[in-house]
Design a protein around this ligand. Structure first.
Ligand code: FAD
Length: 402
């Protein structure tokens, strides 16, 4: 093997990036000349969009078989350092061993992490559904509450942040609590948003539907005041409101993986690497990026990628194609994804589906929930298939899912 492509991360962008690169090598008959390796902490694709659901321990899908089938070498490790000059990364294995991995082309797909601002008590007292282990910890905590004496604080869940994730967590919570405490216990779910409106970044289109769903589910709302402190029995907001709650779920925004900060290139306010139309990191030789760690133009109208599977999956396909094309000296292809949709889970009430960047509501309730269920249980899952089918699925011409 004379050349090496290294993909860092095995989420949506990394998985599809690896297959996209493998597809190019196979089509060009160059699998013997170029090695594709993927490094991540585990050969698992975690279904982050489902971590607000019950039984989050089900939300990891093994991908070792698909990578092997596609001819991608898997390396277990967490990358700690990217050395752009030497084209080498340093990783730490599960056994604590430090390893160096050389590359000719790097595709960074290390995703994002929830941002924890410096609010007193947040780190000690808030749960989250951002990462798999955090969602499992919340689930265990909720189940553990069932054996404690009933009280207002025990029976209250405060969800902080009324964006996409906070709305999905709050909508799901009433049925999760009924499952754990039983029908007869009166539980309280409170969604706290510092802006005057719920879902500030969702826009006016779907808001009435979301409000109707939250009302029907009995989710209370507290708007217009930020949470300023958390303790082991609740939280306080800037206007002095006190909420007694043994469960506080923080969903206040995410930032790109810290590895993006090691690359000397332009980043946006979320820490995402600005990439060119062919997914190359501006000004970083040999480095491409895709998914939540990167930001790209989706069209000619000035719209940019969101931190969403819909974009991570397609950015992965394009970036995988281009990283392999680049190493082989072939022309790259420009990423374009003008069709934008959202499908927001609203728990037992249903869901809301929108199209376009203005988020025009196209479907709601049970019908939209059926679509959301298909997205979340079929479309975002890595296929189990033979080599030809897997590589075909990684074709950048395949359209995106929500
Ligand atoms: C609760 C929740 C609900 C969501 N709902 C939706 C939704 O409804 N629709 C939607 O489109 N999106 C949703 N999202 C967002 C979506 O999950 C992300 O946009 C998507 O996961 C991004 O994919 P990615 O491949 O860029 O990153 P990730 O899926 O985060 O994968 C990152 C990968 O990088 C690996 N990694 C990280 N650091 C390192 C390192 N140092 N070394 C090696 N490997 C590393 C990780 O282990 C992982 O394998 C939701 C997210 C959450 C948390």
């Amino acid at each position: 093997m004379s050349k090496k492509i290294l993909i860092v991360g095995s989420g949506f962008a990394g998985f599809w990036g690896a297959l996209g690169a493998a597809r190019v090598l196979a089509n060009e008959g160059r699998t013997a000349d170029v090695e594709i390796a993927l490094v991540s902490p585990e050969p698992i694709l975690y279904m982050r969009p489902r971590l607000h659901e019950t039984e989050p321990e089900r939300m990891g899908t093994p991908i070792a078989a698909q990578l092997e089938e596609a001819g991608v070498r898997y390396i277990q490790g967490t990358v700690e350092c990217i050395n752009e000059q030497d084209r080498r990364v340093e990783a730490v294995t599960a056994a604590g061993e430090r390893i160096g991995i050389d590359y000719d082309r790097l595709l960074l797909t290390t995703g994002s992490r929830m941002f924890r601002p410096d609010v007193p008590g947040l780190r000690e007292h808030a749960f989250s559904v951002d990462q798999y282990d955090e969602a499992v910890a919340l689930d265990e905590h909720l189940k553990g509450l069932a054996s404690r004496a009933s009280s207002a604080a025990r029976n209250t869940v405060a969800v902080v942040g009324g964006g996409f994730t906070g709305i999905e967590v709050a909508s799901e919570m009433p049925s999760r609590l009924r499952e754990i405490f039983g029908e007869e216990v009166a539980c309280r779910v409170l969604l706290i948003e510092r802006s005057p409106l719920i879902g500030p970044e969702l826009g006016a289109g779907p808001r009435p539907v979301i409000e109707e769903a939250l009302d029907s589910l009995g989710v209370e709302r507290l708007h217009g005041s930020a949470v300023v402190s958390l303790d082991d029995n609740g939280l306080t907001t800037a206007d002095g409101t006190r909420v007694d709650a043994m469960t506080i779920v923080w969903t206040g925004g995410v930032r790109a993986s810290a590895l993006a900060g090691q690359i000397g290139a332009q980043r946006d306010h979320l820490g995402r690497l600005q990439v060119t139309a062919d997914m190359r990191v501006n000004g970083a030789a040999g480095i491409f990026a895709a998914g939540d760690v990167a930001v790209a133009a989706t069209d000619e109208q000035g719209n940019q990628t969101m931190m969403a599977c819909q974009h991570a999956i397609d950015m992965g396909r394009y970036a995988g194609h281009n990283v392999a094309a680049d190493v082989l000296g072939l022309p790259t292809i420009p990423y374009r994804q003008p069709f934008y949709v959202t499908c927001l889970d609203l728990g037992a009430w249903g869901a809301v589906y929108t199209e376009g960047w203005e988020r025009n509501v196209k479907m709601l309730g049970a019908k939209a929930k059926a679509l959301k269920t298909r997205i979340n249980t079929e479309w975002i899952y890595p296929p189990r298939a033979d080599r030809a089918t897997l590589l075909d699925a990684a074709d950048w011409r395949n359209s995106a899912v929500a």
